[in-house]
Design a binder for this molecule. Sequence first.
Ligand SMILES: Nc1ncnc2c1ncn2[C@@H]1O[C@H](COP(=O)(O)OP(=O)(O)O)[C@@H](O)[C@H]1O
Ligand SMILES: [Mg+2]
Length: 247
Amino acid sequence: MTRDKPLIEAVGVEKRFGGYTALKGCSMAVAPGETVVLIGPSGSGKSTFLRCINLLEPPDSGSILFKGKEVGRDFASAVRLRREIGMVFQNFELFQHLDAAENIMLAPMKVLGLSRHDAHDIALGLLAKVRIRDKADSYPDELSGGQQQRVAIARALAMKPAVMLYDEPTSALDPEMIREVLDVMADLSAEGMTSVVVTHEMGFAKRAADRIVFMEAGEIVETRASADFFGGAVGARARQFLDQILH
Ligand SMILES: Nc1ncnc2c1ncn2[C@@H]1O[C@H](COP(=O)(O)OP(=O)(O)O)[C@@H](O)[C@H]1O
Ligand SMILES: [Mg+2]
């Protein structure tokens, strides 16, 4: 898989907030179909790195390449890139005044110009895919956290993204709802959806990741094939972090 040309690549990405350097030259190449799990302590820069990858945050230096081409720094280039990338956040970020289907239909109608009818068909198909077809008419406040997050995943998929980025997608969920969301994500990965996932769910990482990337203090400290990582090939700092999260 790593022989393939990267689908998306960050090269030497630096990001400062005032005098604080949040990312100190982070590079990561993700091959088509690959799932990378990004781990690391709170404040290590994982969210900032994801936000730089889809140019929600402009890097101070370094570049983002999509399908081998450097993405320009202009607004239009960033908007074009983001159409190719689905992002899922910890707190779902659904539109509260729209039902599940309408949340999913919004971008296909507004951005792709689909008719309401066609967008609705797509929404129902995606809701079936995330296993809540029967919740099409429910509003976010009528859904559990796990169901809301699955609507958020379906909404991201509606734009047919080339890459999915997930930022701690199960961290806000009650324990009994974590599995249903991870199962949907693992299925997507198994179907070949290129994914970068920030998560502490090591069971998911073992099941779905091709590679594990460990970040600390704004740096990528370690990158391992998943099989090696779970086979025990882990550096001292990553080991220490794992011991903390696994108790
Ligand atoms: N918009 C911002 N303004 C100022 N500091 C920020 C901002 N976003 C993140 N940071 C800082 O950058 C560091 C990395 O944050 P973040 O990427 O959220 O880490 P993680 O997701 O690994 O917990 C933290 O110290 C955080 O306080
Ligand atoms: Mg974060």
